[in-house]
Design a protein around this ligand. Structure first.
Ligand code: HEM
Length: 384
């Protein structure tokens, strides 16, 4: 069936004079109000500027921007202080500690970039209506986060070149420092939407207690009090146009299609000649039917949300389903990309957790972590 709402994801902007609105442009090169070329030039921002913007330099030669001072390389490159060199009376450093520090520092730099991107995306979404012209920016930045997470997953492989015996040579010097104390990692979790309810606690201690510093605690508090990316996405999905239309009635149509699909699965299962395979197939159909029933029954769905077993409202799921089912329609293409990229990020964070878990098992086996957790078994429980 064709979706009559696919053209309108968010209601059209009311400001007719908005010259940058892409809806003013047509394929054949003319616009509703002005000449397309002028329109394109004005969109580049060069219309009222000289063709070659002047190269701006700071006035004093003391402040001349150089590669080193622009990137603050002295600070960054002087920040690898090897504890093994400090502790050894002969001041002999353990070679692999250098890699260990560099890896953690690069992780933290990329965490910083992810937070920067996510904050900007949250800002765009934190409106009653998301400006459609911003869809490209959202897709682009989410895609950037995906590429960074891919890199972070791969980066673990570099640390795997360190043998457990090499690590043993300097591990004791690090204690009680631990990944538990990564403020940025907790900020990322919170800003994406991990709730206290879904967190795995270790030694019945709240993660906030790991951060005695007031500034850190304020940042963490702020990250849980401001709308998370998940909450903002939920609100945006709930506004998917077409959901309220009783003529089109997407939800009822969807329920009917699911009913037909379940009947088809049941008939196939019942036709199965092998009795064991037949029982297994019928059991499978029952599970699928139960999942759909729990989604269609709003009260039951809300209970699952309360228990933290589902994360977004029934209406938001309806929006996501509508976008996914009509993804080939022009106005649903970018929203579909957004949903897809969010799923990629979710999968990549889980992949990172698994990669880290395997690294930990390889390096320290079942030993306790330097942060005081049970180590491997604690981390395994965070991979759910
Ligand atoms: C030899 C390599 C590594 C070992 C043996 C190791 C070990 C551990 C252990 C045992 C924990 C649990 C907390 C504790 O008791 O300390 C932990 C947590 C953590 N580690 Fe690592 N780690 C390693 C590398 C890394 C790297 C490269 C990162 C990158 C940032 C990292 C980030 C984290 C984070 C964010 C946590 C908290 C995870 C959570 O609570 O969900 N670790 N690590």
């Amino acid at each position: 069936m064709t979706c009559p709402y696919a053209r309108f994801l968010e209601p059209e902007p009311t400001n007719e004079s908005n010259s940058t609105s892409s809806s003013n442009l047509t394929v054949n090169g003319t616009t509703g109000s002005s000449d397309a070329l002028t329109e394109i030039i004005s969109m580049t921002g060069f219309a009222n500027r000289p063709a070659k913007p002047e190269l701006k330099r700071l006035p004093s030669s003391d402040e001349l921007v150089t590669y080193n001072n622009y990137l603050r390389l002295h600070t960054i490159l002087d920040s690898q202080i090897l504890m093994s060199a400090k502790h050894d009376i002969n001041k002999t450093a353990v070679h692999d500690e250098h890699l260990f520090i560099i890896i953690h520092q690069t992780f933290e730099l990329w965490f910083k970039q992810i937070i920067y991107e996510i904050d900007s995306i949250r800002e765009i979404f934190d409106k009653e209506k998301v400006d459609e012209s911003q869809m490209f920016v959202i897709v682009n930045r989410l895609n950037r986060c995906v590429q960074i997470w891919r890199l972070l997953v791969d980066q673990i492989g570099i640390l795997e070149t360190m043998t457990p015996l090499d690590f043993m040579e300097f591990r004791s010097y690090l204690s009680p420092a631990s990944g538990f104390q990564s403020l940025q990692f907790r900020l990322i979790e919170n800003k994406f939407g991990l709730t206290d309810k879904s967190r795995i606690q270790h030694n019945a201690t709240h993660y906030m207690n790991t951060f005695p510093n007031e500034h850190d605690r304020n940042e963490l508090q702020n990250s849980v009090e401001t709308p998370t990316l998940l909450q903002l996405i939920e609100r945006w999905l709930e506004r998917t146009p077409g959901l309220d239309d009783t003529t089109f009635n997407f939800w009822e149509r969807f329920k009917t299609s699911v009913g037909e699909y379940l009947n088809f699965l049941k008939t196939n299962a019942e036709d199965e000649p092998n009795p064991t395979a037949k029982d297994a197939s019928l059991e499978d159909v029952k599970k699928t039917a139960d999942t759909f029933r729990s989604l269609f029954d709003e009260k039951f769905h809300n209970q699952l949300v309360q228990r933290g077993e589902r994360r977004i409202s029934q209406r938001a799921i309806q929006g996501a389903l509508m976008i996914s089912l009509y993804r080939e329609q022009p106005r649903f293409q970018q929203p579909y990309q957004i949903i897809s990229l969010l799923m990629d990020i979710d999968a990549l964070i889980t992949k990172w957790r698994y990669g880290h878990l395997i690294l930990v098992q390889r390096q320290i086996g079942n030993k306790q972590g330097t942060g005081g957790s049970a180590g491997y078994s604690y981390l395994r429980s965070t991979c759910r």
